[in-house]
Design a protein around this ligand. Structure first.
Ligand code: SAM
Length: 273
């Protein structure tokens, strides 16, 4: 079966299969990724190899993770397949850290992500951030906007805080729906996430940061004196130089980190006493 026929008749919605078809967009993405021979690159969801094939040319080996067995079989038939190491697996279960230890090198992850798993995948990758050099992803525009949002912006929320805690994030391309087949209902954005080299933000325990932001954003319009009252008194908020009348959406990442570290110390002192 030709590639043309495959994407016309068999794309699976459950796997978010919207294949890239515009050569110019593909070239722009490759320029951004700028793969180098010595690097360890991992592609999530190679699909019909729109990015896989051109990127392969720059590398000795390209690791790809594909969940759809039909696409895995198709990939194995391509002439360039000797260069790709295929994992027929869910990218949400892949052990990126193990790969990093095996190769003894930080890995670069990229892909035109299936939109239904993009947020979970990014959060999953953050848990293995020590293994990662950078990530280059195509995402639904709204998800990308949430990733880069600043306080006060309507897209600012837990995802923005956790993502910017780990990475510097840049929106690099805006891509319209007709560049994919089948044509998706949403607009897309290509982004780069690079883990901070130095601790731009620091928390003792990221689970506490996650918990505070979860509670704060359960009702983003509520003032935090009310929404966080089970965790902090008004006096504590003032001591931490955080305006108790602010809403979750007005509090900066540094301020959330300050709240987390205060709580961490409070719990640990309680444990000791
Ligand atoms: N890279 C190709 C392109 O740009 O044309 C395909 C991109 S398509 C948006 C998403 C790809 O991810 C599909 O090949 C799909 O089968 C695969 N996929 C979906 N869910 C996955 C998962 N959980 N793990 C690995 N691959 C997945």
């Amino acid at each position: 079966m030709s590639i043309k026929n495959f994407y016309k008749y068999f794309p699976l919605k459950q796997y978010g299969q919207n294949f890239l078809i515009n050569k110019n967009v593909i070239n722009d993405i490759i320029k951004i990724i700028n793969p180098q021979k010595h690097q360890i690159l991992v592609e999530i969801g190679p699909g019909l190899a729109a990015l896989t094939k051109p990127i392969c040319q720059f590398l000795e080996e390209l690791i790809v993770i594909e969940i759809d067995v039909c696409l895995v079989d198709l990939l194995k038939k391509y002439f360039f397949c000797s260069k790709i190491k295929i994992f027929h697996q869910d990218a949400l279960n892949f052990d990126y850290k193990k790969l990093y230890f095996k190769k003894n090198k930080l890995i670069r992850v990229f892909g035109n992500l299936p939109y239904n798993i993009s947020t979970s995948l990014i959060l999953y990758l953050f848990k293995q951030i020590e293994a990662i050099e950078d990530m280059n992803f195509m995402l639904q525009k709204e998800v990308a906007e949430r990733l880069v949002a600043s306080p006060g912006n309507k897209s600012y929320g837990r995802l923005s805080i956790i993502s910017q805690y780990y990475c510097k994030i840049k929106i690099l391309l805006h891509i319209t729906p007709e560049n994919f087949q089948p044509i998706p209902k949403v607009h897309s954005v290509f982004i780069n996430l690079t883990p901070h080299k130095n601790f731009l933000y620091f928390v003792y325990d990221v689970n506490i940061l996650s918990r505070i932001t979860k509670i704060a954003f359960q009702n983003r319009r509520k003032i935090i004196r009310h929404s966080l009252k089970t965790l902090f008194s008004e006096k504590e908020l003032i001591e931490l130089k955080i305006n108790p009348k602010f809403r979750a959406e007005n509090i900066s990442i540094i301020e959330y980190c300050r709240l987390s570290n205060y709580l961490y110390k409070k719990f640990n002192n309680l444990k000791k006493n």
